[in-house]
Write a protein that binds this ligand. Sequence first.
Ligand SMILES: C[S@@+](CC[C@H](N)C(=O)[O-])C[C@H]1O[C@@H](n2cnc3c(N)ncnc32)[C@H](O)[C@@H]1O
Length: 449
Amino acid sequence: MQEELIVRIESFSNLGYGIARVNGQVVFVENSCPEDIVKIKITKETKTYSKAVVLEIISPSPFRVKPFCAMQKICGSCQMQFIDYDFQLELKKQITKDAIRNIGGLDILVNDVIASPKIREYRHKIQYPVSQTKVSKRLLAGYYKSGTHDIVNIKHCPIQPEICDKIIDYIRCNAFNFGITGYNEKKNSGDLRHVVIRNSSYNSKNLVVLVVNTSEISESLKSFALDIYNNLSDIAGVCINFNNKKTNVIFGESTICVVGDDYIEDRIAGKTFRIGPDTFFQVNPLSAENIFNYVNAYIARNFAEATVLDAYAGITAFGICMSDVCKKVVSVEENRKSCALAKDTLRLNSIKNIEINNMDATLFFKQETRKFDIVLLDPPRKGCTKESLDEVVRLCKKKIIYVSCNPATLARDLKYLTEQKGAVVESIQPFDMFCHTYHIENVAIINIC
Ligand SMILES: C[S@@+](CC[C@H](N)C(=O)[O-])C[C@H]1O[C@@H](n2cnc3c(N)ncnc32)[C@H](O)[C@@H]1O
C-alpha cells in the first residue's frame, strides 16, 4: 500500500464515496466531493478497487460547504452534509441514473430530484444505539461512527427536532439513578440497547421506546418509563420493547406500553395517521407528503375511477392518501401491528373504500383473482422477487407505480419487468427523503402492455 497519493475526485459512488482513479483502478475516498483535489491514504486494497481517507484537501471542490453539524465528520449519518444541497440533489440523480443504466440496462430519462421541503430537523424517527463507558459507566447514545459499531455520543443532532436531544439527554443522565445500564454488544450484557423516538410533525408529541435486553419488565424499568413521562413535556407515551437476542436487529418481537399512548398521530396530505413504536412510516413527513401528492395527482390525471392494489403497505399510508382519487384500494402488509394501526387510521379519517389484508404479499398475489388498474409496490430495500413480479403483472391491468428506497434493486426489478414481461417504464421521479445521506427515494411509473 502506497502511503500518500494526490488525486482528483472525478465522480460520486452510490454509497457516498468520492471516486478517484489511480493507474486505472477505482479508489473510493471517504468524505470527498467531485472536483476536490486531495491527499489521500489508502486504507484497503482489493483486486478491483481500493478505499482511502482524506489526509489533506489540496484544492477544495467549489461544491464544498461548511457542514452545519459539528459532528459531521465523526458521526456516520450525514455523509453528504459538507456538499452544497443543490449539488447533493444532482449527485443523487446521478446515483439513480447510474443504477438504472448499469444494473437495469435501461436508457431512461430520470427527472430532477424533488428537494426535501426541510433540510434540517426533517427526520422524525430517531434510533440511537446505547452503550456505556468502561470506567465511569456513563451512558452513551448516538449514531455509529462510519464503518464501525463505536457509538458517537450525540448531544445535538440538527437533522432531527430539537426536543429529541432533550429526551435523549434526559435518558442518558437519569437511567443510572434507576439502576439501568447501557448495552454491551460484544458480551450481550447490560440493559438499554436502543432509544427510539417517533416525533409527530403535526402536534410535536413524542413516542419514546426503550429497547431492553430482557424478556420481561422490571420494577426499575417501569419506574424509569413513568419518570420520563412525568418529567418531560410532549411525551405521547413510553413503551418498552424486549430484545435479548444477540442480533443487529433493533426491535424484538414484543412491546408493551407502560404509560400514555402506544402511538403518535401525524397529519400528512390532509389525513391523520397513527404511527406505532415499530411500524414503518417514512422518516421525512414533508417529503412523504410530496410523494403522496405526486402519486395522487398522477392517478387523478389518468384515471376516473381506479382500482388500486397497495402492496407492502405499512400502515396503508399510500392507500389512505389515494382513497380520495380512487374507487377502491386493496392493501397487503405482513406486519400485524401496521395493519391494526391502518384500521384505526381508516376509522379516524372515515374512509370506507379500503380493504386491508394482513399477509405475505407474494402469497396474497398468488391467491388473488381480482385485477387492478394500478398496483403500487413499495417493498423493503431488497426489492421484489421475480415470483412476486410475475404475479403483479398478472394482477395489473394498466400501471405499476413502484416506490423504492434502493436504486439498485429498483433497477434490477425494472430490468426484469421490461426484458421478461414486456413492460415499459414511463418515468422515474426521485425525491429527497433522506437529506445529507446518499440515500434516495424513487417513484417509477411502469406501463403494463
Ligand atoms: C418500505 S416499507 C413501505 C410501507 C408503506 N408503503 C409506507 O410508505 O409507509 C415496506 C413495508 O413492506 C412490509 N413487508 C416486508 N416484507 C413483506 C412481505 N413479504 N409481505 C408483505 N409486506 C411486507 C414491511 O413490513 C413494511 O411495512
